[in-house]
Design a protein around this ligand. Sequence first.
Ligand code: NAD
Length: 477
Amino acid sequence: MTEILNPANGVVVADVDYATAAGVDSVVRRAREAFPEWSRATPGERSARIAALAAAMESRADEYVRTETAQTGKPLRLSREFDVPGSIDNALFFSGAARNLEGKASAEWDGTHTSLIRREPIGVVGSIAPWNYPLQMAMWKILPAISAGNTIVLKPAEITPLTALMVAEDARTAGIPDGVVSVIVGTGPEVGEALVSHPGVDMVSFTGSTPVGKRVMELATRDVKRVHLELGGKAPFVVFDDANLDAAVQGAAAGALINTGQDCTAATRAYVQRPLYEAFVEQVADLFGRIVVGDPLVDSTDLGPLISRRQQERVAAFVERARDAGAKVRVGGSIPGGDLACGAYYTPTVITDAGQDSEIVRSEVFGPVLVVLPFDSDDQGLELANDTVYGLAASAWTTDVFRALRAQREIRAGCVWINDHIPIASEMPHGGFKQSGFGKDMSTYSFEEYTQVKHVSLDITGVAAKPWHRTIFGEKS
Ligand code: NAD
């Protein structure tokens, strides 16, 4: 048994059994057995079962909210208004998407055959998810896979498996056949690697850090499995000198601090054009200083703890190294004591005077830390924004439509917000460029990625000697 700890106070929330590599084999076998029937279910049948899953989750939404908060430490407000309703909305979206396969029109493209395009499920999907949004990540993986007719084995992060396990229970309640949705709990190196490498898995869908994503891709390559990777980010936040400063300051605090900064799209590098730079730093530091860090169960709490003591040490070490390298900590930069000493808390932190090539600007910190840097010309601002190995998300802040149009075109990221940072919608794709991975979550783009395209060609002439046979053996028949 392994203890799942509440990072807000170190209290044990649950005990779970971690599986072993042998356990992976039996779960994958069950998923393979379930595939033929589920893949042949009509889109309408799959849609109805997914709608029933949404209803089952809705009927115990409060339990989801409390469990998600207990295992992650995120404020109840965030679980209640974002994670849980967002996940149920996602289920409703994919219930609709299941009935909406699109493709090219069938036609007699060469005049002698009718071509059909089929979008078919891939088979068994082996999926691995991170700890920052355990419920949402589970849903983003499970829903497109099963709505397209695949079966899935999901391994949630070993420290936050509880809400994914609840989804597997609700899938049963919803009448989704046994083996279609399986959740297996265990460590990455043992269970994760066994899943990705299993010959019975046809597609690997991974959300997590870029280094682990590279390992997953390497393992999946051996059997040429389809790979879908949602990896790390280091989102730029570009403020031009005509921006609405109040909006940019609010947006930076919300975008950097959501989920205690443990968000792959979080605003982490604010580039502010020189005329607004000082005012932006001052106001954003002031707002960060007024954020209420505390018990996730209390309504007035804005920011909960980090996910673990380990993450707390990691974030603190990043900030210390930035300080040692000459950066200035304008606010925050400490582990709070007193009542908060019992949890993995870290104060909201604004850093300035860091070099573009410094670690704090280049590496993913995954904590409540925003670095602010100045720029002069528009060209320079956009260049600095793109100066990263990541490309998951970005935002640009301006009231000039031409600057906005230029920024959305030139920033190399899978999502660019203009005058906001973070909002997502089930209908819209989420996924990266560059080392943030490839593949999209949510939306019909994600649904299509869990299908494979088949071309079916039917002869419509009925003649034995087809015109193209001449190329092979002349006029003989
Ligand atoms: P992580 O990469 O450490 O772990 C992610 C998952 O991979 C966990 O389930 C873990 O058990 C598993 N894992 C670890 N080693 C493995 C291995 N050798 N083989 C197979 N599986 C293995 O990431 P994390 O710390 O859980 O989450 C934070 C990271 O996730 C950040 O980098 C963040 O940017 C990223 N993330 C990305 C997105 C996105 O949509 N792009 C969304 C959320 C989080």
